[in-house]
Design a protein around this ligand. Structure first.
Ligand SMILES: *Cc1c(COP(=O)(O)O)cnc(C)c1O
Length: 420
């Protein structure tokens, strides 16, 4: 099978007979499943190569030109390249490419602008927010006072008149825009206006939509927000990691809150992977890729709707959708749907829908996204087929013969679309 690491050429195969089969199994799994988790993607061979390279050997605490270790000339070169490509990609004044993850990027912003006990106004987790925006057991929820805003019960979209009222009432120091499960365009300018009205800082977290923002297919918060944070491994299709963008006057402060404020040595193999991924994102093909993600998401949402499903907020403007399972399959929870589809090699995640009456481990929704399958080259016709396959599994109530039949079709489809 061409997608597998070559055993004869693999150092792992020769050195570690316990790790090797697990690596093989994961390559196999990724090849023969349809990856519809909205936050996942498949990086290029070039990104994988630098992430697995000698860059992993080096300590480089500090920043280019100001390191705490010798031998950093190539670290400086690669980090400078990553930074200049990110500035070109997002048109920002300053960028820090060292955050180990999206959550670390957010934590550094909190450390830069908040004192413990200060108020953050952020999207409720149950309405699509992220755990690093104020989950009680996350450092954000442990250290700061969290006030949540939700979506409107009717439109299932953010209602800015409610947000403005909450901002005036609670006087937050920080307002966070951005989400993990919100299918609609975010109006970052209005967030910035409201933040300015109450003297709050606006942090936009574009972890999910960074790829679309980079190519202009989603409005950018860079001109209006004080801080923009992101992951690099979702629609941006880079290595696992984070980044922070801000205006020049916050540059020193934010850099110091990453190192030494909250991290030690940067993961230079990931910084190198970011440089490669940003280079890829600057090419014209990347814009075509992002447009295909959106076309595929729309095709999938339309086909799911045609099969009788209700989409939260009525559809999608982005790479993801939330399916309200109650409309078509009232007895089926998100957990059951995730399990059954998983047995048919269709990988999705259960998700709370706004005003969900089921518990977070059960849920009434599924979150479905198209970035990973679009990377493999699947098109809108495939999406319509996938909608039918999903519907067959859920309608059957997870019946074994149906699941098995769907799995065979899925594996045949996967064979036509090799991994990068
Ligand atoms: C994925 C995500 C993050 C953080 O990701 P990590 O798993 O910490 O890299 C932060 N914010 C939002 C909105 C996200 O969706």
């Amino acid at each position: 099978m061409t997608h597998m690491t070559n055993q004869a050429a693999s150092a792992v195969a020769a050195a570690d007979p316990e790790v090797w089969p697990i690596l093989q199994a994961e390559e196999q799994r990724q090849h023969e499943t349809l990856e519809l988790i909205a936050s996942e993607n498949h990086v290029s061979r070039a990104v994988r190569e630098v992430v697995g390279s000698v860059f992993t050997n080096k300590y480089a605490e500090g920043y280019p030109g100001r390191r705490y270790y010798g031998g950093c000339q190539n670290m400086d070169a690669i980090e400078e390249l990553a930074r200049s490509r990110a500035r070109q990609l997002f048109h920002c004044d300053h960028v820090n490419v060292q955050p180990h993850s999206g959550s670390q990027a957010n934590a550094a912003v909190y450390l830069a602008v908040l004192q413990p006990g200060d108020t953050i106004l952020s999207l409720d987790l149950a309405h699509g927010g992220h755990l690093s925006h104020g989950l009680k057991v996350n450092m954000s929820g442990l250290l700061y006072h969290i006030v949540g805003y939700g979506v409107d019960a009717e439109t299932e979209q953010i209602d800015f008149s409610v947000l403005r009222k909450l901002a005036r009432e609670h006087k937050p120091k920080l307002i966070i825009s951005g989400a993990s499960a919100y299918p609609r365009t975010l109006d970052f300018e209005t967030f910035s206006e409201i933040a300015a009205e109450v003297d709050a800082v606006h942090m936009a977290d574009i972890a999910h939509i960074a790829g679309m923002v980079a190519v202009g297919l989603h409005p950018s918060p860079v001109p209006s927000a004080d801080f923009v944070t992101s992951t690099t491994h979702k629609t941006l299709r880079g290595p696992r990691g984070g980044l922070i963008m801000c205006k020049a006057d916050f540059a020193k402060k934010i850099d110091s809150r990453i190192f030494p404020g909250s991290q030690g040595g940067p993961l230079m193999h990931c910084v190198a992977g970011k440089a490669v991924a940003f280079g890829e994102a600057l090419k014209p093909e990347f814009k075509i890729y992002q447009q295909r993600i959106l076309d595929n998401a729309r095709a999938l949402a339309d086909a799911m709707t045609a099969a009788g499903n209700r989409m939260v907020s009525g559809g999608t403007d982005t790479h993801l959708m939330l399916v309200d399972l109650r409309s078509n399959y009232p007895e089926v929870t998100g957990r059951m749907a995730e399990d059954w589809l998983g047995l048919a090699n269709i990988v999705v995640n259960k998700n709370m829908i706004p005003f969900d009456k089921r518990k977070p481990m059960e849920t009434s929704g599924l979150r479905i996204g198209t970035p990973a399958l679009t990377t493999r080259g699947l098109d809108e016709d495939c999406m319509r087929t996938i909608a039918q396959l999903i519907d067959r599994v859920l309608r059957s109530g997870g019946e074994a013969a149906t699941v098995e039949a769907v799995k065979r079709e899925v594996m045949a489809m996967c064979d036509q679309y090799p991994l990068p």
